[in-house]
Design a protein around this ligand. Sequence first.
Ligand SMILES: [Zn+2]
Ligand SMILES: [Zn+2]
Length: 227
Amino acid sequence: MNLINLIFPKKCAVCGEFTGDAVFCGVCASKYEQIKREPCRRCGLAHSLCCCKPQRLWGEKQAHCRHLFAFDGETAKALIYKLKRKNLVSLQKFFARELALIIKDELRTGEEYILTYAPRAKKAVREYGFDQAELLARGAAEELSLPMQKLFLRESGENTQQKTLGREEREENASRAFALCRGAEIRGKVIILIDDVTTTGSTAERLCSLSLSAGAKKILFMSIAKA
Ligand SMILES: [Zn+2]
Ligand SMILES: [Zn+2]
């Protein structure tokens, strides 16, 4: 433990207990390991090994998906809440390393990779002051020494009617607001896209079709949690 941690001991990113210099307290650390090991209901593999795709991407051979755990249960929901609402550098760095470990597994020699992210809605960036997906992508790129580039824009297509829609319809609506950045050079490259939660897959489907139509070779969707 260094001096700064003695003066400002860290709090567990899930429950708020003082931890010294760890991201999680002992109890939450073991709960985290447990949610990664829980089996996927479709393939039976641990979530951190599962490659199941959302239904919308079943027909897309060039799209691959990985995640760390299911968006299910108290621990998973608390982690995602903290990631989206609180700008906790220790939690962002922790997840960036976790994502990097899985991405490393997927890397093949001879391929050119670009790390990117699904940008957060402008309104939410204004409200919370950060874009968690961008920070995760930056962190993972650093861990892997791969280039990170902003490839997608998100037009503010949200309107007040959004509030009356269900979660799936909201995501469906929001997915139409994504566009490829002008001048993005992705022909022949493998795109690694970082997002916090994969839900219906409509965002993934949209970003996949934008990437493939601009000549990308493959796209790997990396999310922290999968709903
Ligand atoms: Zn804790
Ligand atoms: Zn699975």
